[in-house]
Write a protein that binds this ligand. Sequence first.
Ligand SMILES: C[S@@+](CC[C@H](N)C(=O)[O-])C[C@H]1O[C@@H](n2cnc3c(N)ncnc32)[C@H](O)[C@@H]1O
Length: 264
Amino acid sequence: MGDDFLEAGIDFERANAARVYDYILGGSHNFEVDREQAARTMAAYPDIARSAQANRAFLGSVVRWCLARGVDQFLDLGSGVPTVGNVHEIAHGIDPGARIAYVDFEPVAVAHAREITADLGPVTVTRADVRDPESVFADPGVAGLLDLARPVGVLMVAVLHFVADDAAGLVGRYRDALAPGSVIAMSHNSDDQDDPALAAALRGVGEAMRGSATELTLRTRPELAAFFTGLDLVPPGLVDVVDWPVPGSAPPVGVYGAAGIVPG
Ligand SMILES: C[S@@+](CC[C@H](N)C(=O)[O-])C[C@H]1O[C@@H](n2cnc3c(N)ncnc32)[C@H](O)[C@@H]1O
């Protein structure tokens, strides 16, 4: 990474979820401080790579599900450092005209996403804070690409557990800006687990991330179900991401996922 990154507001002192997650998924866009945090996270939860992979698979399933029901534009909030199975790759494999607006606040994630999507047509990358929906929607990268009069798939995958305050209210603010038929999908870490060992592992991940730029807020299943107030929850409902959209035989990873449709 060149000196221009130094001017882009990178926090080299504190680990960031974008770069820790990149490391856990086998990427190279991370720093020593991120790898140290990843090591603490993996010590607390040795199966964390399977969890990250299952979360990415959930993201892909949601994108395919949206396209199958005619939703062909996406707002990917907290999109992260590009890795395998990015939204534009999945979507354009099905519909080359699909529009994708990526949003993240971490400069390395944004720079790398801009680099790999530079010549891709209907794909934009915006640096913004997802806790400020008005600024997200007003940014030219979003306002100039997405037609909010038509359904949009809003992806909040593994990002809301980095929002400490009123995440349910935040989801509602996005919901209120969307046309009927839009989809809001989210995944979220939780220590509300039947398996005490999995619950303890998730709490350990939260501890490991304390003091980082992106501290983890674990929420209960009822708290996550409340995110879907005013939305039509898509079957199978709020489940571990390994079980969306079809319950399978893989053990849970401690990340709940769900999708809801804006009614009307
Ligand atoms: C664990 S990664 C998830 C990446 C991708 N959504 C996925 O599930 O594979 C979380 C991402 O959310 C981003 N993020 C966290 N809080 C954010 C905020 N307030 N605004 C924008 N991005 C945020 C982080 O920078 C990071 O890239």
